[in-house]
Design a protein around this ligand. Structure first.
Ligand code: 13P
Length: 290
């Protein structure tokens, strides 16, 4: 079927009290892993591309990975009966959002979380307005900055304040909100400890589907409690990448794997990433919902 909008997937998750993994895609392999996982688990899925993939012409000529990811996702999703949304992750500005609209993305995140409150509201509002004009694409904003685990931000970042979250949603019209509740991107140095009470307070105040960034490495019991408290979209990148590379770990330089045709070379990595994503779908409670 055609790609769906984020609200179609997350409204159902809100009604059903479950969450849906949003997995970062980089190329055909990672999209295939996600769609195969969704097919096997009968689950909705959110395919998302980082802002930097919208600008990959800096690295090699005029090609854009985000455009390739869009084309592959659209083409492969059309062969299934599964709800698949195509989302921008950590959009930094209107250039990315314009490209996303042109290339068929069905929702977008704009990340103004490093700006002050007024600056974040102004940028997010501008993107919501663009996305409304472009046919009502739902927008995810971020309030309270989710940092990088590399810098130890998980221990120090200020949590999202419920009243500010409510005000931010009211002023910007975002459909979903990414919140800082104790998670961080990448490999945690210290065991993460989500503030579950804060998630419930933000949900109560803001009333929109909440997004948890930095899903990799968060223990299963905390994920379950976070979903109960109102998290509806959980972002996974690091653990999926790690699962993808797992079959190659420890292979010697002269292993025949290194001269395999690239389509054969990626069979085991795709399977390994797919299994990890299915595991997350089961944990998030979205398996069997498609
Ligand atoms: P992880 O790499 O920690 O899973 O975070 C992914 C993410 O939040 C993408 O926006």
């Amino acid at each position: 079927m055609s790609l769906v909008k984020l609200n179609e997937i997350l409204d159902a998750a809100d009604r059903g009290g479950y969450a849906v993994p949003a997995v970062n895609a980089y190329n055909a392999d990672t999209v295939i892993a996600m769609l195969e996982a969704a097919r096997e688990a009968r689950s909705p899925i959110i395919v998302q591309a980082y802002d930097r993939l919208f600008d990959s012409d800096k690295e090699y000529g005029v090609l854009h990975n985000a455009r390739a990811v869009a084309a592959i996702t659209r083409e492969l999703a059309a062969d299934t009966d599964l709800p698949v949304a195509l989302h921008v992750d950590h959009g930094t500005g209107t250039d990315t959002i314009l490209r996303a609209i042109r290339w068929g993305y069905t929702s977008a995140m704009i990340d103004g979380s490093t700006l002050d409150f007024e600056g974040n509201v102004a940028l997010t509002k501008q993107v919501v307005s663009m996305c409304n004009t472009a046919g009502g694409l739902p927008v995810e904003g971020e309030l309270g900055h989710v940092g990088s685990a590399r810098s130890g931000d998980e221990a120090t970042g200020a949590l999202t304040v419920p009243e500010e979250a409510a005000e931010f949603v009211r002023l910007t019209g975002v459909y979903a909100l990414a919140v800082m509740v104790g998670s961080a991107h990448g490999r945690y140095k210290l065991p993460p400890k989500l503030n579950i009470g804060r998630i419930a307070e933000i949900k109560e105040a803001a009333g929109v589907p909440l997004v948890l960034h930095g899903g990799s490495g968060i223990p299963d019991d905390q994920i379950k409690l976070a979903i109960k408290a109102g998290i509806r979209k959980i972002n996974y990148a690091t653990d999926v990448i790690s699962a993808y590379y797992e079959p190659f770990r420890g292979k010697a330089y002269d292993d025949p794997i290194w001269v395999m045709a690239p389509d054969n070379f990626v069979i085991e990595p795709i399977k390994s990433a797919k299994e990890f994503i299915i595991d997350r779908m089961n944990l998030c409670g979205c398996a069997g919902r498609a």
